[in-house]
Design a protein around this ligand. Structure first.
Ligand code: CA
Length: 228
């Protein structure tokens, strides 16, 4: 994990970076807000430890500019004061966590790791095919904004088809991926589940998301564009 520490007090900056390095983090240091922003926009950090009172650009402004630039890096604010309004302003500016000086280094590293875990979870992208959306993090499936309730196997089948949308998948590929067994060609389990799934995700009277490819298997496509 590579962390950017933005702190103008040199002793404090050194103390934090040494502690992080001992814990196995890679650390870059910036001693003013403008330099901090420049680094944070240039490199892909796993976290930013940000002092509030900084020369050239204060911590809140730095955080706000980072978010405006679309940077989602986790930001942990350090403050000398424990003021409720400071916390609120920090969170409003887009910070993810807040720590009061003086603090134990073990708490700082624990919080950085927790932020990292949260960040990774929220980064799993939603799969979208036309009006169909699947969020692998929450396992919620929506069709035209309406939540669709699926069994575990139906969900696994849909996720597999969506991850490879536009590609023709054979019945044995599907079976081995979703059911984890060697496909018995006499079995119609794939066809049965595709039928269930169609009943749940397709608009009545419209072309299906899941098209059969004769003698081969299935392909998932947006029916709105597949017709052309
Ligand atoms: Ca300061």
């Amino acid at each position: 994990m590579r962390i950017l520490v933005v702190e103008d007090e040199h002793r404090m900056a050194l103390y934090i970076s040494q502690a992080l390095i001992e814990e196995g983090f890679a650390v870059d240091l910036a001693h003013d807000g403008a330099r901090g922003l420049e680094l944070a926009q240039t490199y892909d950090y796993d976290g930013v430890v940000l002092d509030l009172m900084l020369p050239r650009l204060d911590g809140l402004a730095l955080c706000r500019r980072l978010r405006e630039a679309g940077r989602q890096v986790p930001v942990l604010i350090l403050s000398a004061r424990d003021m409720v309004e400071d916390r609120v302003r920090g969170l409003d500016a887009g910070a993810d966590d807040y720590l009061i000086k003086p603090f134990a280094v073990a708490e700082l590293t624990a919080r950085l790791r927790a932020l990292q875990r949260r960040h990774q979870r929220t980064e799993i992208p939603t799969l979208t095919v036309g009006a169909l959306e699947l969020d692998p993090a929450t396992r919620v499936v929506r069709q035209a904004g309406r939540a669709v309730s699926l069994t575990q196997k139906e969900y696994a089948l849909l996720e597999y088809l969506m991850r490879r949308s536009g590609y023709v998948l054979t019945r044995s590929m599907i079976a081995e991926h979703v059911w984890d067994f060697t496909f018995d060609h006499a079995s119609n389990v794939v066809d049965v589940y595709v039928k269930h799934l169609r009943g749940k995700i397709d608009e009545p009277g419209r072309q299906s998301f899941i098209q059969a490819v004769r003698g081969v298997g299935y392909v998932l496509r947006d029916p709105a564009t597949a017709a052309t």
